[in-house]
Design a protein around this ligand. Structure first.
Ligand code: KG4
Ligand code: ZN
Length: 340
């Protein structure tokens, strides 16, 4: 197959970002995202509002992605879309739109697993960014996911660890809520953590067997700690905010790195790639760098715009599947709990 002139449109609508991207032979030509601000006032994503906003955004977002790429829809070779996992009402918007566009243009329709997208974002052609060699370990950390995946090849992946309750981003956001910070709180905790002492306060780490994670106990521990200390000193949070943030962030990083260490030891794999919104965290990035010295890891962090939810990662998976001659049927259904 001629792999030299392939344009694929990727569409992502699994949560609260409506996104579209055009990829040309593995290189991103456009990466458009309409983020939904409406959820901020609720302190979390409201599914029904997300779905309605996707409906409003999808046409202009796709239009913009094509315009920025400098192509017409007739030049597209395939349409890739997120089939799942995610919020059903949100997924339906992207799925239905992708189906009709592929049908109208009479070109292949390619369904993409959002979690594979986070992982294969590392294969976007991007100057200054190396692609991890197979096999490697991928840790996806965001507001919706916490997973460690053993990646043997593009479409040969095994989930070897995942959260049994909250995602790591939720741990940041819910802790931030307890401290009176805005949503999402991860970036603010990160900023304040740089100014605080990570050993100022100790929080109990969860005991979860194997490579799975748990974050809901940590959140409850932080809540009780703050309630107890505030009873003694009503200004406790205000006076110690940077130290509290640093201590929370430190605890979360130790939890993540301990599991990565175990995963690397169990599998013998030292190539470690991260993705998802939480991989923006400066403490986690530093901990990975330290891992290179301490444990002989080689670590990979994609360009920031490809770590948070985006359609470029859907487009790269679509492109890779297209090269394998893959396409799906028009009767494909969105799947909220789609597995890798
Ligand atoms: O990937 P993403 O944009 O959306 C999904 O959740 O899918 O990730 C958003 C999450 C939020 O929980 C946010 O608080 C967290 O990523 N986050 C951070 C940082 N930047 C974003 N958490 C910690 N430190 C950061 N610098
Ligand atoms: Zn995601």
């Amino acid at each position: 197959m001629d792999s030299q002139n392939i344009y694929v449109l990727g569409i992502e609508s699994s949560c609260d970002d409506t996104a579209a991207s055009v990829i040309y032979n593995g290189k991103i030509l456009s990466n458009v995202i309409a983020s939904q601000k409406i959820h901020e006032e609720y302190g979390g994503v409201v599914p029904e509002l997300a779905s309605r906003a996707h409906q409003q955004n999808i046409v202009p977002v796709v239009h913009n992605a094509l315009k920025k790429a400098g192509i017409t829809k007739e030049e597209l070779n395939a349409i890739a879309f997120t089939r799942g996992p995610g919020l059903m009402g949100s997924l339906l918007v992207g799925t239905s739109f992708a189906k009709s566009l592929a049908y109208g243009l009479n070109i292949p329709l390619i369904d993409v697993n959002h979690m594979q997208g986070h992982i294969l974002a590392h294969y976007i052609e991007e100057e200054g960014f190396e692609k991890p060699p197979f096999p490697f370990l991928a840790m996806t950390i965001s507001g919706g996911h916490t997973q460690i995946v053993k990646v043997n090849h593009y479409f040969d992946m095994e989930v070897i660890g995942e959260t049994i309750d909250d995602a790591v981003g939720e741990a940041f956001d819910k802790s931030g809520k307890i401290l009176g910070l805005g949503y999402p709180a991860g970036p603010e905790i990160d900023k304040r953590a740089k100014l605080g002492n990570p050993k100022a306060f100790q929080f109990t780490k969860p005991k979860v067997d194997g490579l799975n994670f748990s974050f809901s106990g940590l959140k409850t521990g932080i809540l009780y700690f703050v309630q107890r200390e505030t009873k003694k000193n009503p200004k406790f949070v205000e006076e110690n905010l940077n130290d509290i943030c640093a201590s929370i962030q430190y605890t979360i990083i130790v939890i993540l790195v301990d599991k990565l260490k175990k995963a690397s030891k169990d599998t013998g794999i030292k190539h470690i790639a991260i993705g998802g919104g939480v991989s923006a965290n400066s403490g986690i990035r530093q901990a990975l760098k330290d891992g290179e010295q301490k444990f002989g890891w080689t670590t990979y962090v994609p360009k920031f715009e490809y770590t948070t939810d985006n359609a470029a990662m859907i487009a790269i998976v679509g492109y890779l599947k297209y090269l394998e001659g893959y396409s799906t049927e028009q009767n494909v259904m969105a799947s909220a709990r789609l597995k890798i």
